[in-house]
Design a protein around this ligand. Structure first.
Ligand code: HEM
Length: 603
């Protein structure tokens, strides 16, 4: 039985109900109920039986042979969204396991037994046919039955990190599970984010300033909780395991020329269009519904070509899995009206922002809706989100803008001394634990002491303050994330492995054991959360420059080919100065830019 979690009333301003977008005020963008642990129809046993032993067959070296023995199964017997989601997860793990098989050269040819059903299932879900945040996070979790208090699903507000488990990993390592589960726990906070977003937008529509302030404060608290969860990555995910053992499996087939995938991957027997139709079937919902393709015979589907030998191979290039594909953070950007720009031409693009271009508080070219993110990479990541979630973001972007409301509702602020930048700088918060108690003593004294100010002005001040705190809390989340990237990607990518043939020795002659000891010393013990926090918060405070240092001796020329494969997703570019993220961008520069745009959005 499907449980209805959403009070539709709050979201009346959207064209569809939350259920129809497959999101909830309970679990955010995670499936509202735990994902299926097996496809119910025994017809799909060949997939289920193989994926269950993915790690074991990888170790045995026989995984690809096992895949090649799979029958070509139809998607006709999949019933409803949850079964399609499960099939997408299974086929994603099988496909990445095939292309990036352990200790083998990447294989650029995805066999029909995977490529054809993977494309059909992805078409139904309106998502790219590759491993994504949806396949490793959103639909890849379960709640352990380890105690009434902890796993009391669905009564608990959000899923406790300590009672979650993954359904699949590529490596079988707890570190990989933890990497996904931290994201699951963060995503589960999306329930509250969606709830408060709906409340805020309703209050904006009703011009209810106290309502906006109250919901914004709860919204901010939730972002702080998300940041604290993000920092727990260090507890049980070793950067070495993540970077050298897990990340290679998450890699996509775009910008992968260096490991031999010059054209991407050939999805044998398929000719689907690469360009994603941004629209989504508005009627598609979580109720049982046949696949739009399932009524057709495979051979009758114009996009499927079974006789692949008669045509040129059709290659596809897709980016690898990344939490940049999370709808949750983009939702927060949309609600707060934070706009991101292409890295090049920044100034040019910013000059077009109607909200940033204000003179004496008057907004030029007023917009009626919220501003969606405009960074090409972030926009591209929407093709890697489930279509219903993408649709949710698109529709929510058209809702009345909170940021515009804050500007329009605070006309008296500039007539007071409160307008001085110094007062508002006090609102800046760079430290999660202080975020809700940040000092604005001077303003408070001013407000309390200045009886000439009426309650209207005080209310306006509180509105700006609540808004800025929310923006700050997102900036803090992004700073914490940059630090994680520094620890898990940049530091690892910079390790000198010249002349090392054994990937277990990750650099500078340090064995994994030595590295782990050193890493633990750096971040404190897992029980010493305060020490982990303070170590991480060194970066959060923004004083550390985490740009990679140029290491001239680290020549790529002599690296064994296998080491380059092991390098996986994030790569040093030719001069070894820059670490590339999934999308082929300079990861750190990109993330700093996004973080700075967030901070700059304070009013
Ligand atoms: C070991 C953990 C993590 C690493 C190494 C990591 C790495 C990265 C990298 C390299 C990027 C740059 C773009 C790309 O390559 O896709 C990125 C972007 C991003 N990541 Fe992570 N990430 C981690 C965990 C997380 C978690 C748990 C979240 C929470 C949802 C998250 C959310 C994001 C978002 C939203 C972006 C897009 C940029 C932004 O909006 O600020 N990441 N990440």
């Amino acid at each position: 039985m499907t449980v209805m979690y959403n009070a539709k009333k709050t979201w009346d301003f959207m064209p569809m109900s939350l259920d129809e977008y497959n999101v909830s005020e309970h679990n955010g963008f995670l499936s509202p109920e735990p994902p299926l642990k097996r496809l119910p129809d025994p017809y799909y046993e060949p997939w289920e039986n193989l994926v269950r032993y993915l790690v074991q067959y990888q170790l045995s070296g026989g995984f690809r042979e096992m895949v090649q023995q799979l029958p070509l199964l139809s998607v006709d017997k999949l019933m409803g969204l949850k079964e399609y989601q499960r099939a997408y997860v299974v086929l994603g793990f099988l496909s990445h396991g095939y292309v990036w098989s352990l200790h083998k050269e990447p294989n650029e040819n995805l066999p029909q037994c995977l490529s054809i059903p993977f494309c059909k299932v992805s078409e139904y879900l309106d998502i790219n046919p590759i491993g994504t945040n949806a396949s490793v996070v959103l639909w890849n979790w379960e709640v352990l039955n380890i105690g009434k208090d902890k796993a009391d699903f669905p009564q608990c507000d959000s899923l406790s990190l300590d009672s979650l488990a993954t359904l699949f990993t590529y490596t079988g390592s707890p570190d990989e599970s933890w990497f996904y589960l931290v994201s699951v726990a963060i995503e589960s906070k999306g329930g509250s984010i969606i709830k408060y977003s709906g409340e805020i937008t309703n209050s904006v529509i009703n011009k209810d300033i106290p309502g906006v302030i109250s919901s914004l404060e709860s919204f901010t608290k939730t972002i702080v909780e998300m940041t604290k969860l993000l920092l727990r990555m260090n507890e049980r995910c070793d950067p070495y395991i993540f970077y050298w053992k897990v990340r290679p499996y998450l890699a996509g087939w775009e910008n992968m020329e260096s490991v031999g995938l010059y054209n991407g991957v050939h999805y044998d027997g398929t000719r689907c269009s690469d360009s994603k139709d941004q629209s989504v079937n508005a009627k598609q919902n979580s109720a049982t519904k046949p696949c739009p393709l399932s009524s057709q015979d495979n051979a009758g589907d114009s996009k499927i070509n079974h006789n692949s030998s008669q045509t040129e191979p059709y290659y596809r290039k897709y980016a690898g899995g990344s939490a940049a594909q999370s709808s949750l953070i983009q939702l927060i950007d949309i609600l707060l009206g934070i706009k991101h720009y292409p890295v090049d031409g920044d100034a040019l693009n910013k000059s077009k922002d109607p909200i940033l271009n204000q003179t004496n508080g008057n907004i030029i070219n007023q917009e009626t809706s919220q501003i969606p993110p405009g960074n090409p990479y972030l926009m591209k990541m929407r093709d890697y989100m489930p279509g219903l979630h993408r649709k949710f973001l698109q529709d929510y972007s058209k809702a009345p803008s909170l940021r515009k409301f804050v500007f329009e509702s605070t006309p008296d602020i500039e007539k007071t001394n409160l307008k001085k930048p110094a007062f508002f700088e006090d609102i800046q918060v760079e430290y999660p634990k202080d975020i809700l108690n940040s000092s604005d003593e001077s303003n408070t004294a001013y407000l309390n002491g200045n009886y000439a100010l009426n309650s209207q002005v005080k209310m306006q001040y509180s509105l700006i303050k609540a808004y800025n705190k929310s923006v700050s809390s997102l900036g803090t989340f992004r700073s914490a994330h940059i630090n994680i990237v520094k620890r898990y990607v940049v530091d690892q990518a910079r390790r000198d492995y010249t002349n090392q043939t054994n990937p277990e020795i990750s650099g500078n002659g340090k064995t994994r054991e030595k590295f782990s000891t050193e890493a633990k010393a750096n971040i404190g013990t897992t029980t010493d959360k305060k020490s982990i926090l303070s170590s991480v918060l060194d970066y959060v405070t923004g004083t550390n420059d985490i740009s990679p240092v140029k290491d001239k001796d680290n020549s790529k020329k002599n690296r064994p080919l296998m080491d380059i494969y092991e390098h996986g997703l994030a790569k040093l570019v030719d001069d070894d100065t820059v670490v590339l993220g999934t999308g082929g961008t300079d990861a750190v520069e990109f993330l700093k830019n996004i973080r700075d745009e967030t901070r700059d959005s304070k009013i």
